[in-house]
Design a protein around this ligand. Structure first.
Ligand SMILES: C[S@@+](CC[C@H](N)C(=O)[O-])C[C@H]1O[C@@H](n2cnc3c(N)ncnc32)[C@H](O)[C@@H]1O
Length: 372
């Protein structure tokens, strides 16, 4: 609608100016924890500035921007009609700003901070032109002199923030990914590159008889296990979960399959890697399956054919994620044919691609038996 009623010059100005200014405002709302402060009820900018130690007028202007853009609700505090002043306007959380509260069950706060905050991943976007001119280059290395994983490891607190951002992604779409695919027919979920295990926990929570295996790098798994044991609900799930660490490029470190009821889940993992690396990861998983006819379930943003692209409301997010992967890792989002050929080269047969009511689909494959 917006695309059709706003004249093209204004729409371009709007895209160029409003989108980046909105990102900055989103970030600042998180950095100042404003939605958390507003969680107790509506407040004026003046009252809030006293709690936050900010300049009242500047804070008011920040909140007014957020209000105008629908990120907060604002109304007159009942004083002089129409006076937009730090003391005359009440700001209140709405459905969007509530998502920036630290403890909201669908919080997106860590995602915003990780992408846009200190040591921000979005810095790689400054290298977009360079990346498009370059074949196979790594914009992250150009921005920071190091790749994403090293950057996460070496930036204070960023690795933790990233794993929490991954959990935020869960809040935004896990429910549909859980509901729109029949996960309950499996006995054991083996989550490869499962980060802090938020998706695994959701799977186990919905299927009380199933077991789980969380596999990731040592430092991530150690933190995940500690987190699970501290969290009362997850502690119960931990009894059904094996926490194992290793390197998915080393097949011998992966958890071995035990039967046909096992499903190896790789959610948002392969899109971080080039075709060669993805092939190596898939081959490791194939090797870990041995002779068991278990299932591989990749949760990925499968790119739709061009003619369907504009009709699909999630395709904007998929296209953005594709560029983000190019900049972060020199990798990509893939379409059905690209998945089919990668899976075949790794010893799998692509079964179905199950769409969900989110940007993600489940790419389901089974191992091709090895003939001797
Ligand atoms: C994009 S995150 C996806 C996390 C999780 N699957 C999710 O959807 O929330 C990729 C994960 O792969 C893990 N990873 C990266 N390199 C790895 C390696 N060589 N072996 C095992 N895990 C690795 C990272 O630690 C990270 O948790």
């Amino acid at each position: 609608m917006q695309d059709t009623i706003i004249p093209p010059p204004l729409r371009i100005a709007d895209l160029a100016f409003t989108s980046f200014t909105t990102s900055h405002v989103l970030l600042t709302l998180c950095q100042l924890s404003i939605p958390d402060f507003l969680a107790t009820g509506p407040q004026t900018a003046l009252a809030l500035s006293q709690k936050l130690g900010t300049d009242p007028d500047r804070l008011f202007r920040l909140l007014r921007f957020a209000g105008v853009h629908g990120l907060l609700t604002m109304r007159s505090a009942g004083g002089k009609k129409g006076s937009w002043t730090p003391e005359g306007t009440l700001f209140k959380n709405n459905a969007l700003s509530s998502m920036l509260c630290d403890d909201h069950p669908q919080s997106q706060r860590h995602m915003v901070l990780c992408l846009l905050g200190k040591d921000r991943l979005a810095a790689a976007w400054d290298e977009l032109e360079w990346a498009v001119r370059t074949e196979g280059g790594d914009a992250m290395k150009r921005a920071y002199g190091r790749g994403v994983w090293e950057h996460l490891e070496k930036s204070d607190g960023l690795e933790d923030l990233f794993s929490r951002a991954m959990a935020d992604l869960d809040h935004s779409c896990a429910t549909t990914v859980l509901k729109d695919y029949d996960w309950r027919r499996f006995d054991r979920y083996i989550d490869i590159g499962g980060a802090y295990g938020s998706f695994l926990a959701s799977l186990l929570g919905r299927h009380p008889a199933a077991k789980g295996v969380l596999f990731d790098q040592l430092q991530v798994v150690e933190r995940a296990e500690g987190d699970w044991l501290r969290h009362p609900e997850r502690k119960l799930l931990a009894d059904r979960t094996a926490f194992t660490s290793g390197d998915f490029f080393k097949p011998e470190t992966l958890p071995r399959a035990e039967g046909p009821g096992d499903v190896y889940v790789l959610r948002q993992v392969c899109h971080d890697w080039s075709d060669d690396d993805t092939l190596a990861i898939l081959r490791s998983v194939r090797s870990a399956m041995g002779s068991h006819q278990c299932t591989l379930a990749l949760v990925e943003a499968v790119i739709k054919p061009t003619q369907q692209a504009t009709a699909d409301p999630y395709n904007r997010a998929r296209a953005a994620s594709d560029l983000h992967m190019m900049l972060m890792f020199g990798s990509r989002e893939r379409d059905a044919e690209q998945w089919r050929s990668l899976l075949a080269a790794a010893g799998f047969s692509l079964g179905r691609i199950v769409p969900t009511r989110s940007m993600f689909s489940i790419v389901e494959a089974t191992p091709v038996p090895v003939t001797v």
